[in-house]
Design a protein around this ligand. Sequence first.
Ligand code: CTP
Ligand code: MG
Length: 233
Amino acid sequence: MMNSELWLVVPAAGIGQRMKAECPKQYLRISDRFILDITLSRLLDSAPFKGCMVPLSAQDHWWPDSESAKDNRIQTCTGGKERADSVLSALHALDEQADDNDWVLVHDAARPCLHPHDLANLIDTLFEHPVGGLLAAPVTDTLKQAGEGVTPEVEQTVDRSRLWRALTPQMFRFGALRAALESALENGHAVTDESSAMEFSGNMPLLVEGRADNLKITVPSDLALAEFILGRQ
Ligand code: CTP
Ligand code: MG
């Protein structure tokens, strides 16, 4: 395990439907830089990655204008219909370069606020672990289970003491993640993160506590929040 290399996959093939912008959200700007460029440069400058693969949409015509397009640490490939398809296509594109026992970290392009300390802590905590895991944050709100309808009745209050929000990066062994994603997709399972694919194949990823401000820019109001968080770091 001593010789395991680190690889980075940053899925950026989404269209950002909920953001309602005129371009995919990873190409919106914060301090005059693409979100995607902020995310990628922060990651690549903070850990010793052997290589980086970014799956892009076949319709993407913004990438050539990015700083990342000029960064020779970064390779691109064509993503897929769902996030999991994009991640799997990136793993296939890295197949020749990566060893099955290497680590791959998958991080959403739409999460520019990842703190370098969280990245370092994730890698340190998991490096000798057989499976891997993910950054996550304990839920802080009181959680309600709802009935049907637009203004539903509360059915019950859910115990939140063991509930965590899954963040990224998520860090797994290259070969195991590729196999887990392939089998989850073949079996028609909904895979919204890498951990769920690993869980489905019987693995037990670790939850590594990370900062709650590692937000995924999703709706328009998130843009100002991300700008604020980045300004404070
Ligand atoms: N992603 C991807 N390929 C897809 C869908 C999503 O690479 N087919 C990427 C997005 O670009 C994003 C990350 O996965 O960086 C997290 O997905 P999400 O936040 O859902 O982004 P979008 O799918 O673009 O947004 P929306 O769901 O609002 O359309
Ligand atoms: Mg999406």
